[in-house]
Every structure is written in C-alpha cells, then in structure tokens.
Design a protein around this ligand. Structure first.
Ligand SMILES: Cc1cc2nc3c(=O)[nH]c(=O)nc-3n(C[C@H](O)[C@H](O)[C@H](O)COP(=O)(O)OP(=O)(O)OC[C@H]3O[C@@H](n4cnc5c(N)ncnc54)[C@H](O)[C@@H]3O)c2cc1C
Length: 383
C-alpha cells in the first residue's frame, strides 16, 4: 500500500542518503566489520552532510527539524543497505532528545554544535553487568562532593562507546527511599576523556559486527556538577519519556530490515533452480513469501501510524512498546523464513540473508526485551 508519511522533501533526502551510503559506506563496510567499529572520521562526514544534526536547532548549528521523519529515512536507508550502524541512531534518535529536552542553555551551547558536526559523538549507558531490564537496580553511584560528582561503577553493552566523546550515564545520586527503587537516579553527561573513565572490551557479538558495543568502568571519575542533565533524582521519569523514541527507532529499523529480507529473497528464489525449475514456482515458496509480504505490510502500517503519532507528540510508552514488539518479532519471523528459502546458502555469511539473520536477533532484546514490552503493554490495559 502507498505510504503517506513522507513528502517530496523526505524522498529527495532519501535519494541523497541512499546514494551516499552506496558510494561511501557499502564498499568499505566489510573492513569496518573486521575492525569492529566505523572509523571516527565517518561521523565527521555524516556531520558535514547534516545527518547528525537533523534535529539540532539551527542556532546550535543543526537542521532544526522538529519531525522525526527525516531520522526515520536515514534509519530505513541504513537497514535497506544492510548497514548495522547503531551508534548513528543512538546519537541522533536516542541521546539527542535527552539534551533537547533536559539540557540547560549553557549545556546546549557546549554540546549541541559538536553533536551536529560529529566532533562530539555520544552514547548512553543505562545497562550494567548486574542489571538490564530492571533499570531501578542500577548500582553505579555518583556522590556530590563540592562542585563535582564522584562517579563509580560499571556499565556494559554500550553502543558506540569506543568512539564516544560524551556518555550519558545513569547513576544513583541518592539512596532510594524505601518502597521506591526508581527514585534517586540521575543522568550525568560524562566526558570520555575524564580521568578514571575507561572503555573495556569491544564485545564480540553474534551480529552487528561494525558497531562497537563495549563495557565502561568508572573509577572515581570527577564529573562537574554542571554536567547534571535536568534535575537530580528524576532519571527514571526522563527514561520513561525518552524510551518511546528509542523503541520507535528500533521498530523502524526492524521493519525496514524485514522488508529488505523479503526483497533479497524474492530475487534469490527466482534465480535458484531446484528439481529443474525455479524455486519461486513451488507453492510453498509462494505461500511463505505471501505470508512474509503480509506481515511486512502490517508492520509498515503500524510504523507509519506511529511516526505520525510521535510527530504529533502522542506516542505513549505503551504505544511504542506495541510497535517495537510487533516489528521486531515480525522481523525475526520474516528473516527466519527467508533464510529457510535460501537452503544451505542461507547459513553462509557471504549471502546477505545470513548476516541479516544474525543482525536481527538482538532487536527483540535491546531497547527493552520483548518480555519487558509485554509487561508495559499489559500494565497499560490494566493487568
Ligand atoms: C548489541 C547490544 C547493544 C546494546 N546497547 C545498549 C546501549 O547503548 N545502552 C544501554 O544502556 N544498554 C544497551 N544494551 C543493553 C540492552 O538494553 C539489555 O541487554 C536489555 O535491556 C536486557 O537486559 P539484560 O541483558 O540485562 O537482560 P536481563 O534483564 O537479565 O534479562 C534476561 C531475560 O529475563 C527476561 N526478563 C527480565 N525481566 C523480566 C520480567 N519482568 N518479566 C519477564 N521476563 C523478564 C528478559 O526478557 C530476558 O529474556 C545493548 C545490548 C545489546 C545486546
């Protein structure tokens, strides 16, 4: 069905992004996969193209877009080109909204121009070795001492941590009052160059090989009190608000990846012959791909509706959870069925579907697992 969320400006922008990725990124991407991260200069290039600063207000050197749709275009084009570059999405879709909403004027002047140009790359560190889904269990501490916080603790699974200059760290700034574990958490903007801040292993993952995912350790890191984001003790509320866009971003990516898997497989089944005729001629192939096409269409309708709701400021946490749950579970099913149609070649990494399978697995886990999405949705319907 015809999509109606994008206009001519979005489509012109899409053409530019598609062309850029095909020329500048696709040919070198295998090297980035081997290296485990994109080179730092790539982000400066994205900054020059205006991709990193799409939603940064013009007075801070950005494009001043209020709509999330241009971000969605970039996200879809990355998925279409099968480029797992999570740090870009973390920077533009996940970290930036925190700064736009909660940073003070002085902080915005300090950070936003660099974020738009790619001089300052960012990451966000919520997850810890001991706590992921249960964010209220965060054990990293930040104790105020004069005009600095003293930060101690460890984080893990941090996307973009290797290249990050600034990391939004969620830490406990006061003990939770009994009965409210969510209180007492704050967000600090921590400079990666600070003494006592160390980046640990770049984790060797099943997929998404070109995006760095690392451990972080904080050993008496002095963070200026001026780097507190918003108000002390309100991190949980801020996360609750901002996780909706994070989950929508994951859904947009998952949806575009599912559509791409279908496209790749449609072309494979017409080229591959089995028992003397094209694989596409078998009823099973037709039925399986018809199911996939239907699921992809349903996911697209949901994503597009969510993009409209989000731009109108109406996408609730439960709505975003539904979209993430649906699109990531659909992606997994579609990619798995598409891989099956490739036979043994589907298991070989030189075939795109094999890599798509490995890359897809995490979307049901990060940004909140499918089980956590179901808990949020269940609560919203009174259960
Ligand atoms: C590639 C990658 C990139 C990531 N990037 C980032 C990042 O940039 N920043 C960041 O902070 N984190 C990041 N994460 C962490 C990610 O968000 C967590 O892995 C995720 O939230 C799950 O937490 P966990 O791994 O601790 O799993 P756990 O919380 O230990 O969950 C284990 C299992 O228990 C289930 N479970 C947990 N709670 C419940 C419940 N209440 N009811 C039913 N089942 C439950 C889960 O669904 C899961 O199946 C990333 C992870 C990966 C793999």
């Amino acid at each position: 069905m015809r999509r109606t969320v994008f206009d001519d400006d979005h489509e012109a922008f899409r053409a530019t992004v598609r062309d850029f990725l095909a020329r500048e990124v696709v040919p070198v991407f295998p090297e980035w996969e081997k290296a485990g991260a994109a080179p730092r200069d790539f982000y400066r290039l994205l900054g020059k193209l205006g991709i990193l600063g799409l939603q940064v207000p013009e007075e801070y050197g950005g494009g001043g877009q209020r709509s999330f749709r241009f971000n969605a275009v970039v996200n879809e084009e990355l998925a279409r080109a099968r480029l797992g570059l999570g740090p870009v999405r973390v920077h533009t879709d996940i970290v930036l909204p925190y700064l736009l909403r909660y940073a003070g004027e002085e902080q915005k002047r300090r950070w936003l121009p660099g974020m738009a140009s790619g001089e300052l790359m960012t990451a966000i560190a919520m997850t810890e070795p001991g706590t992921g889904s249960d964010l209220a269990g965060i054990a990293t501490t930040a104790a105020l001492d004069g005009d600095h916080y003293v930060l101690n603790g460890a984080k893990t699974f941090i996307t973009g941590a290797v290249n990050a200059d600034l990391v939004l760290v969620v830490a406990r700034t006061s003990s939770p009052p009994s009965g409210d574990r969510r209180a007492g958490l704050s967000i600090l903007v921590v400079e990666a160059a600070s003494r006592g801040f160390s980046v640990g292993r770049n984790l060797d993952k099943l997929g998404l090989k070109a995006q760095d995912t690392a451990e972080l350790a904080f050993d008496d890191v002095l963070v200026p009190a001026a780097n507190l984001l918003g108000e002390e003790g309100r991190a949980f509320e801020y996360l609750g608000h901002n996780l909706a866009q994070e989950r929508l971003s994951i859904a947009v990516n998952a949806q575009a990846a599912a559509a791409t898997a279908l496209e790749v497989t449609l072309s494979y089944v017409t080229e591959r012959n089995v028992f003397g005729r094209p694989l596409s001629g078998f009823q099973n192939t037709k039925f399986v791909l018809a199911e996939c096409a239907t699921e992809v269409e349903a996911g697209q309708a949901l994503v597009d509706r969510a993009l409209q709701e989000h731009d109108a400021g109406r996408l609730s946490a439960a709505d975003a959870a539904k979209v993430k749950l649906f699109c990531t579970e659909t992606q997994s099913r579609v990619v798995d069925k598409c891989l099956q149609l490739h036979g043994g070649y589907g298991y070989v990494l030189e075939y795109p579907i094999a890599r798509m399978y490995a890359d897809a697995r995490v979307t049901r886990i990060y940004g909140g697992t499918s089980e956590v999405m179901k808990s949020i949705i269940a609560k919203s319907i009174g259960l």
